[in-house]
Each structure stands twice: as structure tokens, then as C-alpha cells.
Design a protein around this ligand. Structure first.
Ligand SMILES: [Zn+2]
Length: 407
């Protein structure tokens, strides 16, 4: 599809070039017109011949050579370079954009636009220092708000790739942060990264300061609360850890399954099993999820017994059918069968084994922005580079039904 688009752009550009050349030459005289037409036609037919003999690379080279650069075709050249980049041929895009930059016909806006595209080409090639240099000079001199913003975003992306978190923060100044919630979330995550670096170096006070900044930059940042909880755990402040973890489902319900394991760990450290069960009951009322339901069943089992646990779980699954719930119910059933009834027990064990394999095949996390699926939690999506968009795959009862889940 992209190849077809590329050829369409090339052919259109050639036709425009031919028409402009013809129009210009008519004014200058018939003899020149004939020469221009002959030259363009020859290149055009040579390119077309390569295309027809299925040599697209040579066809593209020929068409590009035939394209005349003038003020009317500059946008076409820029698009052409971008198409090469999107096809994974960033080196060709560099050639086209560099060739354009050298032309005096460019207006200052066009020159800025080409420089921006050239920076994108270098980023695609992984030549980050060249891209950074181009973007730095562009940001210093450009007055076009649209190009300026695009250059800043690209520079931020570059600093994120280099893990230069402070530099990214410097580009996203306070004023811009105030007006841009996704940028606020990103900035909170850069501050989290800086805080973690400080903690690793043993600079606790300055790490805490960065974390506090992260929380004030974006109070709804889940990761800031997550790291705060981890810090409390390291200090043995388990009640504070529970409080910090409890803020996460309030910020984003979809993240609620990630806190369960740590929550269990904190209550275990406090030796407070009834506290954990009460917490899970509250969670099932306020932010229910299948993970919370299963944890409640597993943790309540020693106190409430097999029969009661299986009955309660079965009732809930009646309302919210879920494979993970069925797997756990099958595990409970294995335990409920009298060991004397070996054949029955073996059959149930086999069923449980196969069901468990089905569940294990499922990915555990997905990026809600681009759909990227992964086995563990990442705060920065490796595919779309958004922050805090990778969330656990869980099943949540509809909100209107939620109160039933607790009973
Ligand atoms: Zn993504």
C-alpha cells in the first residue's frame, strides 16, 4: 500500500514538475521548451520501464533524480522523504531532506519544517546526537508555534530514549505542563525515574523530594503512589504502605489488581489476616475485580472452609462468568473429593490441569492505548511510548452490579 502511495506521489510530482517546466519554458522560448520536455520525458520513461520490469528501487531512484526542486514542489519532496522514512528507508529520507535544506528556494518556515523532518530521519536511524543538534537549533530560532511544539515533543521523545529524564523535564517547562495532562503524567514518571536513581545511590532525602514533586506534578499518577508504598515498606511502615496502595484504585480502577499481592504482604507483616479480609471485602464493594474476588476466596479459605468458600465463589461466578474463577473452583473441587474416590479425583485433577493451561496462555497486561500485550507491568509502553497505559487484563463486574459482588 505504501509502495503504491509512494509511486502516486512520485508520478504526481513528476507531472507537476513537467507542467511547471513546460509553462516556464513557454515564456522563455520554444527551443528551451523542447529540450526540457525531452529530458523529463526520458527520465519519466526510464523510471516507468524500471517499474514495469519490477525493479521498484531503481524506478524510485530515477524518479527522484527527475524531480525538480522549486517552491511549488518542496512539499512533495518533504512528503516523499517522509514516505521513505515510514517504509524503513530513513537513509534515503536523509538524502532527500538534506538535499532540500541546501536549496535557496526554501522559505524560513519550509526550512524549519525540513529540519524537523531531518531530525526525525536521524532519530529513526538511531543517530541521536545529530537529531538533538538539529532540534536544539530549531527550538532556539523557530517562531512557528506548530513546528516548535512538534520539535519539543520530538526532543522529549529523544531524551526519553536516552533516559535523560532531567533534560526532558527542562524541555517541558512548567507553563506547558499546566495545560497538558498527558505531559503531566509523563513528567511525573520522569520524576519517578529520577527518584529511583537517587534511592539507588542511597540519596534518600533527595529521592523523596523528587517523589513529592512527582505527586504534585500529577496527583493521579499511579506510579508515584506505587513507589511511595514501596518506600514505606522498606522503612517498615506497613500501615502507611497500605494507605499509599489504597490510593491506586481510586486514581485508576483498572490498576486495582496490581496492588493485591503487596497488600497481602503488608497485612502479613502486621500479622493482621482479619484486616486483610475486611480490606478485600471493601475492595469488592468499591472497585471489584476478578483478581480481588480470587484473593478473597484464597485468603478466606482457612477460616471459612472449603464448602463455604466454594459455594460463595460459585454464586459469584453465576453472575460474572470468568475462566480464572472456574479454574480456582475446580482446584477447590479437587480438594473436596474424598481421596478414597481416586478415579473421580483424577478426573477433576485432569480437568483443573487443562483449564489452568488455558488461563496461563493469556497475556497478563495490555497497553490501553496501542494494544501491545505483555507478561509483566511496564510503566512506559515499549510500542507507543505512552506512560501508565499498560494495565492488567482483568475482568470487572459492571459498576451497577458491583455491590452484589461483595455478598
Ligand atoms: Zn502502547
Amino acid at each position: 500500500m505504501r509502495d503504491i502511495l509512494l509511486f502516486v506521489v512520485l508520478l504526481t510530482a513528476l507531472m507537476i514538475g513537467w507542467w511547471l517546466g513546460r509553462r516556464g519554458s513557454t515564456k522563455r522560448g520554444r527551443r528551451i521548451e523542447q529540450q526540457g520536455t525531452v529530458t523529463l520525458s526520458r527520465d519519466y520513461f526510464v523510471g516507468l520501464n524500471f517499474l514495469l520490469t519490477e525493479q521498484p528501487d531503481r524506478a524510485i531512484e530515477t524518479f527522484v533524480q527527475a524531480l525538480e526542486v522549486n517552491s511549488e514542489t518542496i512539499d512533495t519532496h518533504i512528503t516523499l522523504g517522509n514516505l521513505f522514512r515510514s517504509r524503513g528507508e530513513a537513509d534515503r529520507a536523509v538524502k532527500i531532506h538534506q538535499n532540500l535544506l541546501a536549496r535557496p528556494a526554501l522559505s524560513s518556515r519550509q526550512s524549519d519544517q525540513v529540519q524537523l523532518e531531518l531530525a526525525r530521519d536521524f532519530m529513526r536511524l538511531g543517530v541521536l546526537d545529530r537529531a538533538e543538534g538539529l532540534l536544539d537549533s530549531l527550538i532556539k530560532r523557530c517562531h512557528d508555534e506548530q513546528i516548535l511544539n512538534a520539535a519539543r515533543r520530538l526532543l522529549i521523545e529523544l531524551f526519553e530514549q536516552e533516559k535523560e529524564w532531567q533534560a526532558a523535564l527542562d524541555v517541558a517547562s512548567t507553563q506547558r505542563l499546566r495545560d497538558d495532562p498527558p505531559l503531566q503524567r509523563a513528567a511525573a514518571n520522569w520524576l519517578c525515574e529520577l527518584a529511583l536513581e537517587e534511592f539507588e545511590r542511597g540519596h534518600i532525602a533527595s529521592g523523596q523530594k523528587k517523589l513529592k514533586q512527582a505527586l504534585s506534578t500529577c496527583p493521579s499518577s499511579v506510579r508515584s503512589h506505587w513507589i511511595q508504598a514501596e518506600r514505606f515498606h522498606a522503612l517498615g511502615r506497613y500501615r502507611d504502605e497500605i494507605k499509599a496502595l489504597s490510593k491506586i484504585p481510586q486514581q485508576d480502577r483498572e490498576f486495582s489488581p496490581i496492588i493485591l499481592e503487596r497488600l497481602g504482604r503488608s497485612y502479613d507483616m502486621l500479622d493482621d489476616e482479619p484486616g486483610l479480609l475486611a480490606h478485600l471485602d471493601r475492595a469488592l464493594e468499591q472497585t471489584p475485580s476478578i483478581s480481588a474476588l480470587l484473593m478473597r476466596a484464597q485468603r478466606g479459605l482457612p477460616r471459612e472452609g472449603l464448602e463455604a468458600t466454594a459455594k460463595k465463589l460459585s454464586e459469584r461466578l453465576e453472575r460474572f462468568p470468568n475462566l480464572r474463577g472456574v479454574v480456582y473452583l475446580a482446584a477447590l473441587d479437587v480438594e473436596r473429593i474424598d481421596p478414597q474416590h481416586q478415579a473421580e479425583r483424577l478426573l477433576m485433577q485432569t480437568l483443573h490441569h487443562h483449564l489452568e493451561r488455558l488461563v496461563q496462555r493469556d497475556p497478563r497486561f495490555v497497553c490501553r492505548h496501542c494494544g501491545f500485550q505483555i507478561e509483566r507491568l511496564y510503566w512506559h509502553c515499549p510500542q507507543c511510548h505512552d506512560w501508565e497505559t499498560i494495565k492488567p487484563i482483568d475482568e470487572f463486574p459492571p459498576r451497577s452490579e458491583a455491590p452484589h459482588a461483595a455478598h
